[in-house]
Design a protein around this ligand. Structure first.
Ligand SMILES: NC(=O)c1ccc[n+]([C@@H]2O[C@H](COP(=O)([O-])OP(=O)(O)OC[C@H]3O[C@@H](n4cnc5c(N)ncnc54)[C@H](O)[C@@H]3O)[C@@H](O)[C@H]2O)c1
Length: 332
């Protein structure tokens, strides 16, 4: 299946097809050009090797897995590799990995020689349903996530659901949090897949529907001027929980799961909880209210005294509500 994405000045296809990783060369023009495949140590090696074999003229660069690598050192090492291998503007960078690999490889592609072609082959569920679309690339600095980056669209995204067979279960749930978010805010039929069937048997459809919800949002609001805030559903309190429990303790998707509950109206809260629990995501934790509130205010005060919350009273729909930061205490 091909999902076209039309941005203001860019157009690219998302290929969603089982077995597509091995056929990467069918989608990435590789005649008379080199490719740097960027991956990390947690991504099974066979994936980058397969892509390299399919492309022909490719070099593989592997960095240490984890968010801790999404920094200037790794970025510099990728750029240095591009220099060493004499990459020119006609060559390209191919990410094979999760969101960490995609974000940093995309940023290197965006900036090397002021931009060379970037192709993304996301291999975690989170990166397939979320970071594969929208063109955000970034690295972290001083513990602040994604603070240095660029909007840079890939030339093509290749999603092969077969690679999910090696992904740990907890990482599958982590990605599903974002899909459930897309369902709650943008597509009731996506949400109903979780209610009415075994989600593992319908994972391809879940990926497709999640991408369609995100595509509709990013095509309308490429650079986060307004509508794109809907993608933050569950993230305001979720992110504060993530910070207050200590980064890494809970996965991002698990914190989004907890955060979404606060933003659901009474009419849908139980339905949402049931779905989240059915995919092994937490809906309640014993959290320190004061610590979460401090994280919330610390995060938000820089942007003024008000914060825009994304809320939902009806599956498939959302609304924005602007509240005073102090009011957030009553949500906890
Ligand atoms: N650009 C965007 O729009 C966007 C959106 C959401 C998240 N992000 C970023 O994505 C990152 C999180 O991405 P993530 O959740 O994919 O984490 P990740 O990239 O760290 O991957 C999680 C782990 O899974 C391993 N892995 C990857 N594919 C695998 C596979 N098929 N089989 C087995 N193991 C595999 C990785 O090595 C890693 O250890 C964050 O840095 C976040 O900021 C970016």
């Amino acid at each position: 299946m091909i999902i076209p994405v039309k941005m203001k000045n860019d157009f690219y296809n998302i290929i969603l097809e089982r077995g597509s990783l091995k056929k990467a060369g069918d989608f990435i023009p590789c005649q008379n050009r080199k490719a740097l495949i960027v991956t990390d140590s947690g991504v099974p090696e066979e994936y980058s090797i397969s892509v390299a074999q399919s492309l022909g003229n490719a070099v593989i660069f592997t960095f240490q897995q984890g968010e801790g690598s999404k920094n200037f050192d790794t970025y510099k090492a990728i750029c240095q590799k591009l220099l060493e291998e004499n990459f020119s503007r006609k060559d390209c960078v191919v990410a094979v990995g999760g969101g960490v690999v995609g974000d940093i490889a995309g940023f290197a592609a965006a900036t090397f020689m002021r931009g060379i072609d970037f192709y993304n082959i996301p291999t975690t569920l989170l990166s397939q349903v979320d970071s594969s679309i929208g063109g955000k690339t970034a690295i972290d600095l001083n513990g602040i996530k994604n603070i240095i980056g660029a909007f840079y669209q890939p030339k093509c995204v290749i999603i092969d659901p077969d690679v999910l067979s090696t992904l740990p279960k907890r990482q599958i749930s982590n990605g599903l949090a974002e899909s459930i978010k897309m369902g709650i805010t943008g597509d009731e039929t996506l949400f109903e897949i979780f209610e009415n069937s075994n989600y593992l048997e319908r994972i391809d459809e879940i990926i497709e529907k999640s991408i369609l919800v995100k595509r509709a949002v990013v095509q309308e609001d490429e650079k986060e001027a307004g509508l794109r805030k809907v993608l933050n559903f569950g993230h305001t309190i979720g992110h504060a929980i993530e910070t207050s429990v200590g980064l890494g303790e809970l996965y991002h998707g698990e914190c989004v799961s907890l955060g979404m509950i606060f933003m659901c109206g009474n009419d849908i809260k139980e339905r949402v909880k049931t779905v989240l629990e059915s995919v092994n995501l937490p809906t309640e934790i014993d959290y320190n209210k004061q610590a979460v509130y401090s994280a919330l205010t610390h995060d938000k005060k820089a942007g003024g005294n008000k914060v825009t919350l994304v809320k939902s009273n009806k599956i498939g729909a959302f609304y924005f509500e602007e509240v005073e930061i102090d009011e957030l205490r009553s949500y906890l």
